[in-house]
Design a protein around this ligand. Structure first.
Ligand code: HEC
Length: 168
């Protein structure tokens, strides 16, 4: 259910408009050479390698207005997850931020959180390495973490209230 790379754009960003050929065709103009180079770069950028760690969004809205369950989730998260996923889930050099479209509830549903904690995660989206299972965090606590993370995502416009409603 998780795709590791967004589909590459259909056209290279600087592709000339195919419908309007330039006046006077020169066989190998500097412009066409530049286009070839740009197309090659685009290919490299959309290759098979995992995406590099995007920098966390500049200013994320923090954990104001948490429900009781989400507040408990924050405590469990801060103790067990924040050393890699960062305070307020903004990421560190050991693990990704969850304030990212990749972790939209439609891409990584709540089950992904339960599985990550009980079974760990094999590296597939980033270059941080694998995540090991986190023993000692109960199913109820994972539910509270999900409330917390979804609250942060909602507050930071990762999804709209019409797309998904946090359970608590
Ligand atoms: C030692 C570092 C570390 C800790 C601690 C950690 N994680 Fe992770 N986690 C990672 C890394 C690294 C990834 C990214 C793997 C990838 O996709 O390349 C990840 C990915 C995830 C994912 C995405 C799973 C998927 O299907 O792609 C979830 C959900 C997650 N972690 C939840 C948690 C929760 C909840 C906790 C705390 C209970 C936690 N993590 C603690 C390192 C960690």
């Amino acid at each position: 259910m998780t795709s590791s790379c967004l589909p590459p754009p259909r056209k290279a960003p600087c592709a000339p408009n195919a419908g309007t050929p330039p006046e006077g065709r020169h066989p190998a103009t500097v412009a066409s050479l530049l286009f070839v180079v740009a197309a090659l770069l685009a290919l490299v950028a959309c290759g098979e390698t995992p995406a590099p760690h995007d920098p966390a969004p500049q200013a994320i809205a923090g954990s104001a207005d948490l429900s009781d369950a989400a507040r408990q989730g924050k405590t469990v998260f801060d103790t067990n997850c924040a050393q890699c996923h960062g305070p307020e889930a903004t990421g560190t050099n050991l693990g990704p931020t969850f304030i990212d479209r990749i972790y939209h509830p439609g891409h990584h549903g709540d089950a992904a959180f339960h599985l990550a904690v009980t079974r760990g995660v094999r590296q597939h989206h980033w270059n941080f390495g694998n995540m090991l299972p986190v023993p000692g965090v109960t199913e109820t606590q994972v539910g509270q973490i999900i409330c917390y993370v979804r609250h942060l995502q909602l507050t930071n416009n990762i999804f709209k209230p019409t797309e998904y409603q946090p359970a608590c």
